[in-house]
Design a protein around this ligand. Structure first.
Ligand code: ADP
Ligand code: MG
Length: 695
């Protein structure tokens, strides 16, 4: 009789050991497809291979706090129940070298009545110091058969959830690994490179990641995937760069000899050395027919506006128009306000293009841009709308570029052939990271503050001090200043983070009933948000309670104090950004980071109290927290990395980048058969697809 062919499962739910419920729980972890599951890598392994002799456990307890393995024969068992009904099970066991105690506390019902003298057990858990004998707080236990020779393995530990423990995920992957391997994507690593680098073939590497034999082989297997992922990233970036370098269709603007002097003499102060250097870098780019693609990074207050003005000035001198796009109306309005006076001496008018404009005003602006009568448009997304046309767009400036997707940028560029592009950001990014995230951008850094700025005085205090902090805020307001209070959450929720809404209510009712308070957060409709911000800018609000929506760009010189609640929840770079909201006027300003009472935060926050250098802070943050933080702010719209962390694995990135260079040198259009996998991975990004196809 023919055996009916069982159809291969095509969804998670049809895998062995996965019911409807676990399929849903897997989906909650972001695992929707078989490939997702295959690529769901353990974040660590428990090494159960070597039990430690009991005699050594005691010494180990003195030096380390990690987990240990122990194996022994049960000598006696104590079970007791303490107050509140918590059960404690203590099993004394011995091996040839001595004794140890395996201990279960509460929540381990399976341990009750399970152990008897004479049984052999294997346990793994955290060692606790004890006067009498070493104690292992058991996390993992196995009862051995009488004649069983213990053979431990490497247990993969996966990021799990309350209802879907790592153990379950591991078992699903183990049972279905061969099936999952059929879903592996095409290998992005060319075979020669795989061999040169001594990497395993892909299927073996997947096996080694999920069911490794040694920690070293697991690490090597993971490295293979990180390398592959970085190779795609680096190749993509280099293709984009190569493409740009081959486009000789930007206007090569010749820089008049006296232009810098003219600019400087129009200012009431001298440019900083950093401003001069960066302006020259930008002008040099603009003098070539290869379109500029440059990222200008500079902390808040470092003087980016003048640099932008200098770029506009050169374009205008050469008969070209410029467009500056900001992510919000308020930021666009601030640019208009600041650029206007800077460009006035050169008779360059700023033409606003804003969503809030009247139809009539908009039309007039649009007409002046189309005819070429107007030189500079400053606006929001409204700049991208149909009907906004330029007669000779030579330069686009994009402020806080991460707020705009790739396609937005492309649309703005499309409005005028191939303009030069300058991106500006107040978020300093560590150099190593910039090289990888922005591999197709050139980088300029304003790493010097204009003279005479008073650094913000910064303090870090425990939550217990909060009322004293508010007394201080009151004093600032009494002196005519304004203040911010920033909380991480909008409402109270599961995370237990302090909420802007509740703190606002509490301040209004109890702490500052006599002051003018405002509340702003990301769930307010944009118009309301803008309205609150506008009132704060005008000085009609004394204390603004907010979430991190106030992070970027808002400039209120009269704001003299910034209070950040639950500071332990933020990365250093983000705290520094928040601090940048104050210290913009002439008065001394203050920033107070308030952290939860039970946290040891003073040391981490110390760097913020000691330095104002955003680049130094970014480097420190990267070291402490990894690249994820930055990747989020830095690169919106780029597929997230599945395997690698640009900070932790930067050495691997460097290698991948070099390999990418060689590949492109030898196969500029990624057409060779051995590069098919790489090409397929590049094709996933539509923009890249177009690029590779057109080349
Ligand atoms: P950013 O946009 O980088 O936050 P701005 O361009 O708004 O900084 O400059 C901040 C302030 O510093 C402005 O008031 C500006 O006039 C002033 N400023 C800029 N460059 C200099 C300089 N070289 N010397 C003195 N003041 C400067
Ligand atoms: Mg600015």
């Amino acid at each position: 009789m023919p055996v009916p062919v069982k159809e291969a499962p095509s969804t998670i739910g049809e895998l062995e050991g996965v019911g409807e419920r676990s399929a849903r729980l897997l989906a909650d972890l972001g695992i929707a497809t078989l490939r997702d599951l295959l690529e769901y890598f353990p974040f660590r392994y428990d090494d159960l291979r070597e039990p430690m002799p009991a005699a050594r456990l005691r010494a180990a307890a003195d030096e380390s706090t990690g987990e240990v393995n122990a194996l022994g024969r049960v000598v006696d068992v104590k079970e007791r129940r303490v107050r509140s009904g918590i059960e404690i099970v203590e099993v004394r066991a011995e091996d040839d070298s001595g004794t140890f105690v395996a201990k279960w506390i509460g929540r381990h019902r399976y341990a009750i009545g399970r152990f008897h003298p004479g049984m052999r057990i294997f346990v793994r858990g955290r060692l606790v110091r004890s006067l009498i004998e070493p104690v292992v707080n058991v996390a993992h236990c196995r009862v051995l058969q009488d004649d069983e020779v213990y053979r431990g393995e490497m247990v993969p530990v996966y990021r799990a959830s309350k209802d879907l423990p790592s153990r379950k995920i591991a078992s699903v992957i183990r049972k279905n690994l061969s099936r999952l391997l059929k879903e592996a994507p095409e290998d992005v690593l060319p075979a020669t490179i795989m061999r040169q680098r001594g990497f395993l073939p892909m299927a073996d590497a997947y096996r080694m990641v999920h069911a490794p034999t040694t920690p070293e082989s697991a690490a090597r297997a993971r490295e293979r995937f990180v390398f592959g992922e970085f190779l795609v990233l680096a190749t993509g970036a280099q293709l984009r760069r190569a493409q740009r370098m081959a486009e000789h269709d930007a206007a090569a603007l010749s820089v008049p000899r006296e232009l810098l002097e003219q600019l400087e003499s129009s200012l009431p102060f001298a440019l900083t050395a950093a401003q001069r250097r960066v302006i020259m870098e930008i002008w040099r780019d603009m003098s070539r027919d290869v379109p500029m693609n440059r990222l200008l990074q500079g902390d808040v207050g470092s003087g980016k506006t003048i640099v932008a003005a200098a770029a506009v000035l050169l374009a205008a001198r050469c008969g070209h128009q410029a467009a500056l796009m900001a992510p919000t109306e308020i930021l666009a309005a601030q640019h208009i306000e600041k650029l206007g006076p800077l460009l006035l001496p050169f008779r360059i008018n700023v033409e606003p293009i804003l969503g809030s404009q009247t139809q009539r005003a908009r039309q007039a602006a649009v007409d002046r841009l189309a005819s070429g009568e107007a030189t500079l448009a400053v606006g929001t997304h409204a700049l991208l709308t149909e009907g906004v046309e330029f007669s000779r767009l030579g330069l686009t400036i994009i402020d806080e570029q991460h707020r705009f997707g790739v396609e937005h940028r492309a649309r703005l560029r499309a409005k005028g052939g191939t303009p030069h592009t300058l991106h500006m950001t107040a978020t300093p990014i560590p150099r190593t990271l910039a090289q990888s995230l922005y591999a197709d951008l050139d980088e300029s850094r304003l790493d010097e503050m204009p003279p005479g700025r008073r650094p913000v005085q910064t303090f870090a205090v425990r939550l217990g001090w909060l009322e004293r902090v508010y007394t201080f805020v009151r004093a600032i307001v009494a002196g005519g200043g304004q203040g911010y209070v920033v909380a991480p959450a909008i409402e109270e929720g599961e995370t237990g983070a302090m909420s802007a809404l509740s703190e606002y209510e509490r301040l209004r009712a109890n702490v500052f009933p006599d002051l003018r308070l405002g509340l702003v957060h990301g769930r307010l409709p944009p118009r309301e948000k803008d309205e609150v911000m506008r009132r704060f800018v005008r000085g009609q609000i004394d204390v603004l309670v907010a979430t991190t929506v106030v992070e970027v760009g808002v400039d209120v010189p009269n704001a003299g104090v910034m209070v950040v609640l639950d500071a332990q929840r933020y990365g250093l770079a983000q705290l520094h950004q928040l601090r940048g909201r104050v210290g913009r006027g002439t008065a001394q300003s203050f920033c107070i980071f308030v952290y939860a009472d039970d946290r040891e935060e003073a040391q981490r926050l110390e760097i913020l109290t000691k330095t104002n250098d955003g680049f130094a802070i970014a480097e420190a943050d990267l070291e402490m927290r990894g690249a994820g933080e930055f990747a989020g702010t830095a690169q919106h719209g780029k597929a997230e990395l599945r395997f690698g962390d640009l900070a932790r694995d930067f050495a691997i990135y460097e290698n991948a980048r070099r390999v990418a260079e060689t590949i492109i040198k030898e196969d500029a259009h990624i057409r060779r058969p051995e590069h098919a996998g790489l090409r397929a991975a590049l094709d996933v990004t539509p923009a890249l697809h177009a690029l590779v196809a057109s080349s």
